[in-house]
Design a protein around this ligand. Sequence first.
Ligand code: S3P
Length: 169
Amino acid sequence: MKIVLLGYMASGKSAVGRKLAEKLDLQFVDLDDFIEENEEMSISDMFSKKGEIYFRKKESEYLEILLNNKKNLLISSGGGTPCYGNNLNSIKEKSISIYLDASIQTIFDRLKNETSQRPLVATIGIDSLKEYIAKHLFERRNFYEKATHKISVNNKSIAEISTEVLELF
Ligand code: S3P
């Protein structure tokens, strides 16, 4: 079995993923970490040294490797993963996907303190961050909404979200 968590940056994919994998006895893989380990380069360096297109290629490659792996895995994707190339089709074909649906406000509240680790928002000032998230989420939402299941994550703890996801199985 493969489960893939989808959602915007800071929607809790990694934290929820870790908890869920433990509960479901699945191996947890964070796609960003998997790329960084295999490429021996941080995502930030990859964006700045090789460019976003290079990152997107690697993201698709490593997603495919994980989806084709025989093991039972719980994969937490990157915020852009389902929005590029054939990724969404592959995810739909080879896994059960869950969209962690966070509101603009929730994302803003979490992201405002951690933009530096995220190349897409690292240069966006706090004054325009909310507007950026609103536009970007509007573009990406159509992809996320194609997930098998959707869970709203606003004002919920990791434990609460995990419990809701577990009820799906
Ligand atoms: C990205 C999200 C990041 C990472 C990269 C690009 C995106 O992952 O993959 O910086 O396009 O939204 P998180 O969603 O884990 O922050």
